[in-house]
Design a protein around this ligand. Structure first.
Ligand code: ATP
Length: 252
């Protein structure tokens, strides 16, 4: 059974059919790329998968469960976490606390316990500190634990966003242009990190990316979107050599 199965997904904004009859099937632990020209509908697909937008057609099945129409937080609990094209961190909070926000989704304690700082709260907090530090180690960020997130260099902010997403223990990690704004060195490190995270956490990864070095370097299969529709799907090298895909990118 595929980890993610999407059938006939669609949404319109006013008169614009932003995504139409979108289908994808992603296997467990696959590294999968969603590519296409600007405005093709890639981020809209992520917003549909995460419940930011409600589709007007189609179904989203995650690990056998129909999550179509669920709210964002429920979808996160069901196992989808994401990062954003424009990094979204809690900029005034420490690096450690940013990761703990992700952990909170998994370890809720009651508000009363939190306000009164009862033993249950303190124990959970201590455990979360430990878990957050473990995650920071994986992402090579532990020395920045107490740094304010906005003071991190750009590449590290991107890593932190992925660390926070991983704190929610997702089955499926969605990365929206993870290499945007990175230099080739940082992109190379990011590619190693994505591979490592997939192996360590057995997570499935779907990423949107324009950087073809990253796409051809780590994605096993690709879906190409063009004007909201699937233009081509298959093994990375086949898709990148498809004449239709080349034409779409050259805008002919
Ligand atoms: N909330 C919205 N309201 C109206 N139109 C929208 C909305 N979100 C996206 N669109 C439109 O839907 C189309 C697809 O946008 P989307 O951001 O998904 O493209 P994209 O493939 O992610 O592009 P890029 O590579 O530039 O990020 C665009 O024409 C966009 O203007």
């Amino acid at each position: 059974m595929a980890l993610l199965e999407v059938k006939n997904l669609g949404i319109s904004f006013g008169g614009l059919r932003a995504v139409n009859s979108f289908e994808i099937s992603i296997e467990k632990e696959e590294l999968y790329g969603l590519i296409g020209p600007n405005g093709a509908g890639k981020t809209t697909v992520f917003n549909l998968l995460t419940g930011v937008y409600q589709p007007d057609a189609g179904k989203i099945i995650l690990d056998g469960t129909d999550i179509t129409g669920r709210k964002t937080t429920e979808i996160n609990r069901a196992g989808i976490a994401r990062t954003f094209q424009n990094i979204r961190l809690f900029k005034q909070m420490s690096v450690l606390d940013n990761v703990k926000v992700g952990l909170h989704n998994k370890h809720p304690y009651s508000t009363i316990e939190g306000i009164l700082r009862l033993p249950g709260y303190r124990k959970v907090e201590r455990e979360m500190d430990e878990q957050a530090m473990e995650l920071l180690k994986v992402f090579d960020l532990e020395k920045y634990a107490q740094t304010t997130a906005s003071n991190l260099p750009y590449g590290q902010q991107r890593r932190l966003e992925i660390a926070r997403a991983m704190a929610t223990e997702p089955k499926l990690l969605l990365l929206d242009e993870p290499a945007a704004g990175m230099n080739p060195n940082e992109t190379g490190e990011l590619m190693d990190m994505i591979r490592f995270v997939r192996e360590k956490f057995h997570v499935t990864v779907l990423l949107i990316e324009h950087d073809m070095k990253l796409v051809s370097g780590i994605c096993e299969r690709l879906t190409v979107l063009n004007f909201g529709e699937v233009l081509c799907q298959g093994a990375t090298s086949d898709v990148l050599n498809d004449p239709q895909v080349i034409t779409a990118y050259l805008g002919e």
